[in-house]
Design a protein around this ligand. Structure first.
Ligand SMILES: Cc1cc2nc3c(=O)[nH]c(=O)nc-3n(C[C@H](O)[C@H](O)[C@H](O)COP(=O)(O)OP(=O)(O)OC[C@H]3O[C@@H](n4cnc5c(N)ncnc54)[C@H](O)[C@@H]3O)c2cc1C
Ligand code: SF4
Length: 339
């Protein structure tokens, strides 16, 4: 492992001044960053920091609380504490389900909300430092396009990279219109969730629009009461637990009897960012909730999708998963049914 300096800070201003140093990077739960450092993965984007700043002692960033009619999730709140918090379970069951579909109980006890957003792809070549990879080392190539790509993207890919973003939590946050709040020495900034992660384009080494020197302080969610009764998170994976999504779907519906008044659908495991096509949601408004409307929405969401060989099956799988998630949402959220 590359040698690094270690610092701890107890207030945000202290972290921000340390973050200004070249090669500085915050560590929260460490469940992704430390793995990468130990494996000697030294990608562009500072994953081999020369200064590691422990932010776990920051006060006030580990809370989950009401905020302007919605919810505020501290960046340092653990994934498990977030998923099991009464406000999340009662008012945002979709988010709770998505978090609990990820990783393992031990990992969720350590992983933080801020770190979850910035976890890196699980493409095997990214972790194998003996192979080329444009995301780890720009300009070296993308062996995944004609290689091991079963887990990888079918939407929004580029010549440079076909990686996926591996988070479950982020899929629900995208469906629920979250906002990421960040601070830097220059002040505060709000990033709509749709703009937080990016597509690979010709800069696959950059996953997110967070700038150097910026710290995520919290994530906010607008009120989602109208979706509480009808939401579902479906995750299709190779093992029932402790596996990343091949395809996942966060679906939420507002229903008026059998008629759809509003829909939210986001996909994981299919692109470099959580994938959402708002035209497909608008197309559902006023329609009878049922298979034909859901299949048409799925076709719209998957317009332009393509496989790379091993992951061709995702084209059919994603369509079926969207229909299944919407059908499950119609039946009613487990929580809303008192289960
Ligand atoms: C075996 C295994 C299985 C897993 N399975 C899943 C799964 O199925 N689904 C899933 O969603 N996830 C899964 N994960 C990933 C896990 O959820 C993430 O590793 C975790 O959420 C990262 O959070 P952390 O706090 O540990 O981040 P860290 O490892 O501490 O940090 C990750 C990145 O975020 C940055 N960072 C952290 N906090 C902040 C902040 N406040 N502001 C700015 N930058 C910050 C760090 O600098 C680093 O770049 C798995 C992980 C492992 C090891
Ligand atoms: S898909 Fe992206 S992460 Fe995987 S090898 Fe290609 S460039 Fe690297």
């Amino acid at each position: 492992m590359k040698p690094f300096a270690f610092a701890q800070a107890t207030d945000v201003d202290g972290v921000l001044s340390l973050l200004a140093a070249e090669g500085a990077r915050p560590v929260a739960g460490g469940t992704n960053l430390l793995d990468l450092m130990k494996a000697g993965v030294t990608p562009a984007g500072g994953m081999a920091p020369s200064l590691l700043i422990d932010i776990n002692a920051l006060q006030g960033l580990d809370q989950v609380e009401e905020f302007e009619g919605g919810l505020r999730l501290g960046a340092l709140a653990r994934n498990a504490d977030t998923a099991y918090h009464a406000l999340v379970r009662d008012r945002y069951p979709l988010l709770s389900s998505a978090i609990l579909a990820g990783a393992s109980p031990q990992l969720r006890n350590m992983a933080t909300n801020g770190g979850n957003l910035l976890q890196r792809t699980r493409c095997v070549y990214f972790y194998d430092v003996g192979t080329p990879c444009n995301k780890r080392e720009p300009g070296t190539g993308c062996p995944a396009k004609n290689g091991i790509n079963r887990q990888l993207a079918i939407l929004g890919t580029s010549e440079q990279c076909i990686a996926t973003h591996p988070s479950d939590m982020c899929v629900a946050l995208r469906a629920l219109d979250a906002t990421v709040h960040v601070r830097s020495a220059g002040g505060e900034r709000k990033i709509p969730f749709a703009e937080f992660h990016r597509l690979p384009g010709d800069r696959p080494e950059i996953d997110a629009t967070l700038q150097p020197g910026e710290l995520i302080t919290h994530i906010t969610l607008p009120d989602a009461a109208r979706f509480v009764g009808h939401s579902a998170y479906i995750k299709v994976r190779d093992r029932l637990s402790y596996a990343f999504a091949l395809v996942s779907v966060a679906a939420a519906l507002e229903l008026d009897g059998g008629t759809i008044r509003a829909a939210r659908i986001a996909l994981g495991g299919v692109a470099h960012k959580p994938w959402r096509v708002e035209e497909a949601e608008e197309q559902l408004v006023g329609k009878t909730a049922g298979e034909s409307a859901f299949e048409a929405a799925a076709d719209r969401i998957l317009q332009g999708a393509r496989g790379y060989g091993q992951n061709d099956f995702k084209l059919t799988l994603a369509k079926n998963a969207i229909v299944q998630a919407l059908t499950t949402a119609v039946r009613g959220t487990a929580h809303a049914k008192g289960e």
